[in-house]
Design a protein around this ligand. Sequence first.
Ligand code: BG6
Length: 528
Amino acid sequence: MTTVLEMDKQVETAKSSNNNVNKPDPFSMVIFGATGDLTRRKLIPAMYKLYLEKLLPEKFSIVGFARRDYTDESFRDFVMESIESMLNRKLDESTWSKFAQNLYYHQANLDDQDGYDALRGRLESLSAEKQMPENYLFYLSTQPRYFSPISAHLGEAGLSHKGKHQKPWSRIIIEKPFGRDLDSALDLQSDVVKSFDESQIYRIDHYLGKETVQNILVLRFANSIFEPIWNNKYVDNVQITVAETLGVEGRADYYEKSGALRDIVQNHQMQLLSLVGMEVPMSLHADAVRDEKVKVVKALQPFTEESVQTDVVRAQYAAGVYGEDKVPGYLHEPGVANDSVTETFVAFKTYIDNWRWAGVPFYMRAGKRLPSRVTEIAIHFKQIPNILFNNAPFGPMDPNVLVLRIQPDESIMMQFQVKYPGPAMKIKPLKMDFSYSDTFCKEPPEAYERLLLDAALGDSTLFTRSDEVMASWDFFKPVLDSAEEPGIILPSYRAGTWGPKESDQLLSRDGRKWEIFESPENHDQCYI
Ligand code: BG6
C-alpha cells in the first residue's frame, strides 16, 4: 500500500516535472455511465490525480450522468469512496473538499431527450455561475449500444457545438469497442458525425495512454541506432504478446459478444503493431503520426479463406489452476452460455506488405487465463552466419532480441552475447535491461490520466482516427466472418497455460517458438 508520504512525494515530483505541460481551458466534463465500473476504477481517480498534480484548470466541473437516484452529495460520497479504494489510502480532507465542490450529478435516462435538454440548462448555469466558457468534454462510458443515441441526443440538445468547435469547444470521447465489425463501425461513424465533426471525436484506446507504448516512438525515432536495423534486412520476426491471468471477471454479458479478438486484438494489440511497424512521421502533429499508423494497418497482408484456417488460432480456456487456486473453464463462468464459441485466446501470423517489412512474420497472441500478466513486444533479430562463433563448440547461439515490455514491469531489454570472464572462450547470452520504475523511481502514470488531459487540451494524437479503426475492422473481416460459421469447435487450453498447442504450431511450422523474456529479478545478482 502506498503511504501518504510516498504519495505526496510522487505528486511533488510529478508537479515539478509538469511545469512545462499546458493546462486546458476551463471545461465541464460529463460522464455518461457515471456510476459504472470504468468511472469508478479509472476515470474519477484519473481526474483526481490530474487535480492533485495541478494539471486541471482552476475552473472545471465534472457532471455524472446516470439513472441511479443520487444527489450531488451522494455522488460526491460515491466518488470519494471510489478514489480511496483505487488509491488505497484516505484522502486529505481539505484537498478533497476543494475537488468535491466541482462534482455534480445529473439524474436522467440515456434515451430520454428531456434529460439532455435539462443537462444543457444545468451546464449553462454552471458556466454562468463559475464564469467559465461553455467548453464540454463528453465521456461515453456506457454500453456500446448507447453510443449512437447519446451523440444524437447531445446534438439535438445543442451541446455538440458542431461546426464551431474552436471556441467554445465540445468533444466526445467514445470508449471501445467502436463497432463490432466493419459495417457496424461505419454505421456508428455515420451516426456520430451527424452531431460531431471528426475533429471533435476522440476514440479512446487506453493502450495509447500507457507510457511505455508512447516510448516506442521515442526509442525508434529519438535514437539513431535502431532505425537502420528496423527492417527485413536485420529483423527475423516480431512477437507481440498481450497476456492476462484474469478470466472474464463477471463481464460475461459484454465478453460473450466480444471475445478476445474484439476486446484486445482489433484495438490494443493493433496499436502496438502499428507503432512498431510505422514509418517515421513528418512531425509529431496528431495527423502526421496517425497517417503513418494507418498505413501499416492498410499494408497488412489480407487474410484469405485458406490463411484464416492456417494462420489464425482461436481458443477458449478450460478449468485450470494458479498455484493453489482452481479456476473454472470459460463455459462454467457465470453468464456464459454452455455452448459458447466465444474465444478467450487468439494467435495469428501476419505480414506488413511494404519494402521495410516484406517477408518478416509478425506473430501476435492475446488471451485470458494465461500464466502471467505480461504485454511485450519482442523484436527477434536474424541469426549471425554459421561461422566463427555460431558453430560448435560455441554455437548455436541465441539471436539478439530487443524486448519492449509494456507491462507490468515497464522496461526495455536487449539480449546479446558476451564472453564469460576466464581463460576459456565461453560465450553467454546476456540480458541488459532498463526498468522504468528503477530508473525514474516512480511508477508511470495511469493511461487514463494522460488521455483525459490530452482530450481536454484538444490533442488527438493518442486517439484512434476513424480510417484506422475501419482499416483494422476491414483487416479482421475474414476472421470474424469465419468465426460466425455454424459448427465451429474451438480448441481449448488449460487455464494457467500459454494457450492451445495450435498456437505453438503456428510458429513451430516456421521453425520458431514463442518466447517471453522475464525481467531479471535481482539487478545486483552476479551473473553465473
Ligand atoms: C480492456 C479489456 O480494454 O483492457 C479488458 O476490455 C482487459 O478485458 C483490459 O482486461 C486490459 O487492460 P490492461 O491495461 O490491464 O492491459
